[in-house]
Write a protein that binds this ligand. Structure first.
Ligand SMILES: C[S@@+](CC[C@H](N)C(=O)[O-])C[C@H]1O[C@@H](n2cnc3c(N)ncnc32)[C@H](O)[C@@H]1O
Length: 274
């Protein structure tokens, strides 16, 4: 199995759309009348969920109708938010075929099939012509990308000159033991977490200029605290990312929260321009 297949296998669930719709129905939502907001607890696969997507959006000054690339689009939460709230035409690529199918199915359910499109592809070989997109973004994907320089060069190639590229990834901050599983990897074979300095270097090598950078450690700690409060409040478990993360979700979340608390890694935004 090559690396791309190992990563797709890590994320694959087997019956994810059925599981998501079942959990939403159990929480009182009508699967035939869902909105993008109903899906937000289950389809924003990164620290801080929808709030993190909104926060990143503030850095992306792109007009309605802009053509935007989502690198590693996952279940499609960010793309549906951006197409609905900002009026962008978003095209997502992702290594995991099941996620591409689920993203496509969920967009259709919430009436965003014309504003979003998803296909199976690698960030390192983008299936688009040069200078296609007005902007691009990537949320919690770089931790799985071994050769970030090549991926960034690909994003640079498909962006129009001056196009913005927003990254929100978990980046390495310090030294210490890495405890697996984490949401993006079951072991070191698929974990390519890197420091913000490495990102800046690889972005520059691909031709990008850095516009701004923001460490989101405090935001992450606050979002973990809110999660713990919800759990402590009791009651039936609300639909959340545990559906996509499967049976090892509690360990994945605990190891991720501990890594941020110990200063080993933190989510960071880096905005750059082609
Ligand atoms: C943690 S999920 C984040 C999904 C989405 N960006 C979000 O924030 O909701 C990571 C995603 O990146 C995808 N991925 C990992 N490496 C990739 C690569 N080299 N090219 C394309 N997609 C990749 C995985 O298949 C998975 O869907």
């Amino acid at each position: 199995m090559d690396l791309d297949q190992s990563i797709a296998k890590h994320y694959a669930h087997g019956a994810l759309e059925t599981a998501i719709l079942g959990a939403l129905a159990a929480a009182g939502k009508n699967p035939e009348a869902l909105t993008s907001a109903d899906l937000a607890p289950v389809d924003e696969f990164h620290i801080g969920g929808r709030q993190a997507t909104k926060d990143l959006s503030a850095h992306l000054d792109l007009p309605r109708g802009a053509r935007v690339l989502d690198v590693g689009s996952g279940l499609g939460g960010p793309s549906r938010y951006f197409s609905q709230e900002r009026g962008w035409q978003v095209e997502g690529i992702d290594l995991t075929p099941e996620y591409v199918d689920v993203a496509t199915g969920l967009s259709r359910r919430v009436g965003l099939a014309d504003a979003t499109a998803y296909r199976v592809a690698s960030a390192s070989a983008l299936p688009f012509g040069d200078r296609t997109f007005d902007g691009a973004y990537m949320l919690h994907v770089g931790m799985n990308i071994a050769d970030k320089k090549t991926a960034f060069a690909e994003v640079h190639r498909v962006l129009k000159p001056g196009g913005l590229f927003a990254i929100y990834d978990v980046m390495l901050e310090g030294n210490g033991d890495f405890t697996y599983p984490v949401p993006w990897s079951a072991g070191p074979e698929t974990n390519f977490i890197a420091s913000a300095e490495t990102y800046r270097k690889d972005l520059a090598a691909a031709g990008f200029s850095i516009v701004k950078e923001r460490n989101r450690r405090d935001f992450a700690l606050e979002s973990f605290a809110q999660m713990r409060q919800r759990q402590a409040a009791g009651g039936p478990p609300a639909p959340g990312l545990q559906i996509a993360m499967g049976p090892t979700a509690p360990q994945k979340v605990a190891n991720m929260a501990s890594g941020v608390q110990r200063g080993l890694f933190a989510p960071v935004e880096i905005i750059s321009r082609a």
